[in-house]
Design a binder for this molecule. Sequence first.
Ligand code: F6R
Length: 369
Amino acid sequence: DKGGWSSFMAKEITENPDAVANTVRGRVVDGLVQVPELTELGDDVLNGINRIILVACGTASYAGMVGAYAIEQWARIPVEVQLSHEFRYRDPVITPETLVISISQSGETMDTLMAVKYAREQGARTISVCNTQGATIPRESDAVVYTHAGPEVAVASTKAFVAQITALYLIGLHIAHSKKTVDEKELRRLATDLQALPAKVTKVLETGEKIAQLAKWMSDTPSVLFLGRHVGYPIALEGALKLKELAYIHAEGFAAGELKHGPIALIDHGQPVFVIVPSPRGSALIHSKVVSNIQEIRARGARVIAIAEQGDAAVLPYADEVIQIPLADPMFEPILAVVPLQIFAMELADAKGLDVDQPRNLAKSVTVE
Ligand code: F6R
């Protein structure tokens, strides 16, 4: 039931705040993140892990990329992300100290299931991040951390994506607590900030009308580019994927630092470019580099739509449009920054008269390899 919304996707985007809140619920105990499902695995097992590989496909792999920055920074364990279908066939090096975390909304994606089975056969520990109770992938894993986004009906993933990122933050903070790689005061601050996120996501939803306008203006554009850096990079990739699958527009996401290594040649007069601007409170250096990127593409005629945190005055002189997001810990910014991009893709598809819930050629869960 669409509950009065024009599409399931419109409904599910408004459920983003609940998806985050419900995934965090019960996993902050006395002000500290504690994921009971991981406690079952045993602290000694977790503390012995020396390498983490996140496996997933599509949107879930971008959630994995965000999670990799967070888990590596907090837990001080090398983390990498591999597409399930690439991981499975590359003869990966796996030991009993390797933790393989799969991420899947449906829990039925065949490529990811095969990756998990393979990892287990090779002796890895496996955790499943999944949105569907009792699905196949969690049954094949040592432990499961469910996302509680609720059923996702629209083919394009939205609320499940923010829930996946949330679950990975929880896993990172749990391990950091267990390994004492982040001091307790900082862990408490992060847990509090995580709990404050849903209200901020609700705030971001208010930008919807402005974004709908932008989408209408751009409904005949042949291509849109997305730039991001650090945790904003996977969000650039996700923004591009949403636009491809929903509006059938050529779209590409780049790491902002790659611009001068090739992609800047694409910039021509009127080229729309979304830039996810990292918080200056995270790294002032990275922030200033992205602001320079905006100046560089603007000078070559790009039409820049910046997604930046409130009060970031540095982008104002250079961006054609600024979409402001509330302040959060810089690691948590992807949850806020992705929402305008979800809305943009939906509105642009809508402006083109396309079916946003059932894009052509796509299925909700891909159960063949
Ligand atoms: C994109 C999308 C897909 C899925 C991918 C993995 O909007 O929905 O890219 O993310 O097919 O699906 P799950 O998470 O079910 O394994």
